[in-house]
Design a protein around this ligand. Structure first.
Ligand SMILES: Nc1ncnc2c1ncn2[C@@H]1O[C@H](COP(=O)(O)OP(=O)(O)OP(=O)(O)O)[C@@H](O)[C@H]1O
Ligand SMILES: [Mg+2]
Length: 318
């Protein structure tokens, strides 16, 4: 057995240039992902949560090779994964991504058969006929094999998302980045797609980076959770620990905003102001201008990770 985790991310930064003027020069950068480190084991799910704009999609896209990071390392069992612009076929196959919008992520002019076997053909993975391969893949995600002759518009949102899942798993990937993959679906359909993702994880030993703004959804399938704020992870640990005993004031605020069934109404912590712009992150701890517990040190010193039992928290309180 290889002792290295499936995925190791070290100090990853993905910045977008802000271009202005006739010369189109970079006047600054949006620091969407600004020094993120974590690891993910085979067959496990890391939930990634945080407010809109904190960099979740940018992180997912950087892992999937769709954005080119500015610096940092991504390793697969210790082996460096080249950035998107230098990534060969093999890496595109090993890391797949599923997007939120099943209505725009599938080509309306392609049949389901072509959608789910396009990648397999490209990677020389088709052994028998295309139709046979497509039938196997769609039945694996719980669709009728005859669906292969139909077009995306003939399916419901949940069925289309199953087609996206089929396309991703057809390449036998090791890591699937799910970016708000169930967010556009009704609650009951959401539950079905989540069950499907869990079943496929067991059958194929898949690892997921599961991005969602919905903490309830994240809690149903993540083994670990990472909470992101303005381009950085502020708290990371086992799902139950992070969601039931949040330690970072930001995680506490995020959770207090969610009504939880069967729980006493928690006191809702209202954070002052909007999140600051990732183009000009605050000094010190970037959460300090909104933090109800900010201290003097928080203004100037960016906190390192503190280990609190199984949880890591980037906060001067500990
Ligand atoms: N292609 C891009 N060019 C410039 N800035 C971008 C680009 N993509 C994202 N950004 C900016 O980077 C920051 C992080 O965006 P990102 O989409 O990663 O956040 P997110 O956490 O996925 O948000 P949401 O929950 O709304 O999906 C935001 O400030 C966003 O405006
Ligand atoms: Mg996003």
């Amino acid at each position: 057995m290889n002792p290295e985790p499936l995925l190791t991310v070290r100090d990853l930064k993905t910045w977008y240039p802000i271009r202005r003027g006739v010369l189109n020069r970079a006047m600054g950068f949006v620091r969407a992902v600004d020094g993120v480190s974590f690891s993910l084991e085979k067959g496990r799910t890391l939930g990634l949560v945080g407010e809109s704009g904190c960099g979740k999609t940018s992180l997912g896209r950087s892992l999937a090779g769709l954005e080119v990071p500015r610096s940092g390392e991504v390793l697969f069992r210790g082996e460096p994964v080249p950035p998107g612009n230098r990534r060969g076929k093999i890496w595109h196959k090993r890391i797949q991504m599923i997007f939120q919008d099943p209505f725009s992520s599938l080509n309306p002019r392609m049949t389901v058969m072509d959608i789910v076997t396009e990648g397999m053909a490209e990677h020389g993975m088709l052994k028998g006929s295309r139709e046979q391969a497509a039938r196997e893949v769609v039945s694996r995600v719980g669709l009728d094999p005859d669906a292969v002759f139909r077009y995306p518009h003939e399916f419901s949102g949940g069925q289309r998302q199953r087609i996206s899942v089929a396309r991703a798993v057809s390449l036998n990937p090791e890591l699937v980045v799910c970016d708000e993959a169930v967010s556009a679906l009704d609650v009951s359909v959401q539950a079905q797609v989540i069950r499907l993702l869990k079943r496929l994880q067991e059958e194929l030993a898949l690892s997921y980076l599961f991005i969602s703004h919905d903490l309830a959804v994240v809690s149903t399938l993540s083994h670990e959770v990472a909470v992101m704020y303005l381009g950085k992870i502020v708290e990371y640990g086992p799902t139950a620990e992070v969601l039931h005993k949040p330690q970072h004031p930001y995680t506490q605020a995020l959770l207090s905003a969610v009504p939880r069934p069967g729980k006493e109404k928690t006191h809702r912590i209202v954070l002052p102001g909007e999140p600051p712009s990732p183009a000009r992150p605050p000094s010190g701890c970037r959460f300090h201008p909104r933090c109800p517990q900010a201290m003097e040190v928080c203004r100037s010193v960016d906190p390192d990770a503190r280990t609190r039992g199984p949880v890591q928290v980037w906060c001067h309180l500990y």
